[in-house]
Design a binder for this molecule. Structure first.
Ligand SMILES: *[C@@H]1O[C@H](CO)[C@@H](O)[C@H](O)[C@H]1NC(C)=O
Ligand SMILES: *[C@@H]1O[C@H](CO)[C@@H](O)[C@H](O)[C@H]1NC(C)=O
Ligand SMILES: *[C@@H]1O[C@H](CO)[C@@H](O)[C@H](O)[C@H]1NC(C)=O
Length: 390
């Protein structure tokens, strides 16, 4: 374990588990073996099962990783870096996101996942790490522990009442959390699937001195993201005076971490959050500070990379349809989530597009088959190795 010292405050503790010798052992089991992680002693309510994902391998034309050991691997320039949060509430979504990326990637072994887990997640980062490892035995990844107190004092009380997940703010800390050698990252929410080669998004150019890239929506009414207090204060609203701000969704962002760190953008976002604690300048949580800092200075990425809003409004049962144009990424932002609607047997038509990436296996009570026995055998091995190493 290592701890990062930032401005005198210990922000993060990071834990890395790269266990190549053990993944070989696990991979020798049949690919349909289920993995069970759960039980009350691990903090899960009941049993959570995920099937092992197929082993996605590089094509012949893929660049060969120059070094396949530990830190050196993470700094390999041929890698695509993805940051995604990992929490027990959205676990099924995060697993499906990872699965979708691997499935459509031209070079799946060249994708490196940086998972951010909350220190006090009910399932514990340790258990979440083990679950990722057993679901994707050959995945290149690292799990970082996000300390909620990093951000909890910056979240204004009005928002905190709504019990917003501090992990929503993790995207603001990627410049500090990720290894300094990682100079670009794609941040992705956990309620989306990628249906195209992630290398295409990775290759997007951030022109000029732009720090982030994301699809922009200039027809959206930008005014509504901020309060009257904000717009009526000439000093504050002047922040947009020299730009043409457009709404963008922070669930899909290509981030230049070199420019981010140099420009101290974490602090710029935190400054707005501090102001929000004194004056209510916006209503939502993690999005408005990003708009304040970046709107109008964002590299406009093709809309195909964020077909958002598919979650719609679950309360009223309204289903959304796709925006016109090609689709590379489907995003169930909004209240409804595809796994919840599928489980309730009330899916929206587009939820069927999420389903093929779902690796969750609901418990089957009545089938005591050979497959069940194979599972019991493998799970005891997994628990044994996990206790040794985690
Ligand atoms: C891989 O990295 C390790 C540790 O940095 C180093 O000792 C080793 O020589 C490297 N191997 C290759 C083939 O570059
Ligand atoms: C991305 O860029 C690299 C380096 O320029 C290139 O080799 C690769 O073919 C590109 N990949 C895609 C999918 O565009
Ligand atoms: C944009 O939203 C604001 C605040 O909700 C509203 O007052 C204004 O009329 C809207 N503008 C348009 C063009 O819809």
């Amino acid at each position: 374990m290592l701890s990062f010292q930032l401005g005198g405050v210990v922000l993060l503790v990071l834990v890395c588990f790269l266990l190549p010798p053990f993944s070989v052992g696990i991979r020798s089991f049949p690919t349909r073996v289920d993995v069970v992680v759960g039980g009350s002693e691990m903090g899960f309510d009941g049993l959570t099962r995920f099937a092992e994902a197929p082993d996605y391998r590089n094509g012949a034309e893929c660049p060969v990783s120059i070094n396949s050991s530990g830190v050196a691997l993470r700094c390999d320039p041929s890698l695509v870096h993805i940051a995604i949060t990992l929490d027990s509430g959205y676990l099924r979504g995060s697993i499906a996101t990872v699965h979708s990326i691997l499935r459509h990637s031209s070079c799946p072994e060249n994708v490196f996942f940086h998972f951010i887990a909350a220190e006090f997640d009910p399932a514990s980062p340790r258990v979440l790490t083990r679950l990722v490892r057993t679901t994707f035995p050959s995945l290149n990844f690292k799990v970082y522990i996000f300390r909620e107190d990093t951000v909890i004092n910056l979240i204004s009380s009005s928002i905190r009442e709504a019990l917003e997940n501090p992990l929503n703010y993790a995207r603001n800390y990627l410049g500090d959390i990720l290894d300094p050698c990682v100079d670009r990252v794609i941040y992705l929410d956990s309620d989306l699937v990628v249906v195209d080669d992630i290398h295409k998004l990775w290759n997007v150019t951030l022109s000029g001195s732009r720090v982030i890239g994301a699809p922009e929506y200039c027809h959206a009414n930008f005014t509504k993201y901020f309060t009257d207090t904000f717009w009526s204060d000439p000093l504050l609203s002047r922040v947009f005076a020299s730009r043409r701000p457009c709404y963008f969704n922070t669930g899909v962002m290509v981030m230049d971490l070199v420019r981010w760190r140099e420009g101290n953008f974490r602090k710029r976002i935190e400054n707005w959050m501090e102001l929000q604690r004194k004056k209510r300048i916006y209503e939502l949580g993690s999005l408005p500070p990003f708009l304040l800092v970046f709107a109008g200075n964002v590299e406009a990425i093709d809309h195909r990379w964020n077909q958002h809003g598919l979650g719609g409004d679950n309360v009223n049962g309204k289903c959304r349809s796709l925006h016109p144009g090609p689709v590379s990424l489907l995003h169930w932002s909004g209240k409804g989530k595809p796994w919840a609607r599928l489980d309730a047997k009330q899916p929206c038509p587009l939820d069927r597009l999420w389903e093929p990436y779902d690796l969750y296996k609901p418990p089957q009570r009545h089938q005591k088959s050979v497959r069940d026995q194979a599972w019991r055998f493998s799970s005891s091995i997994l628990v044994g190795y996990a206790h040794d190493l985690l």
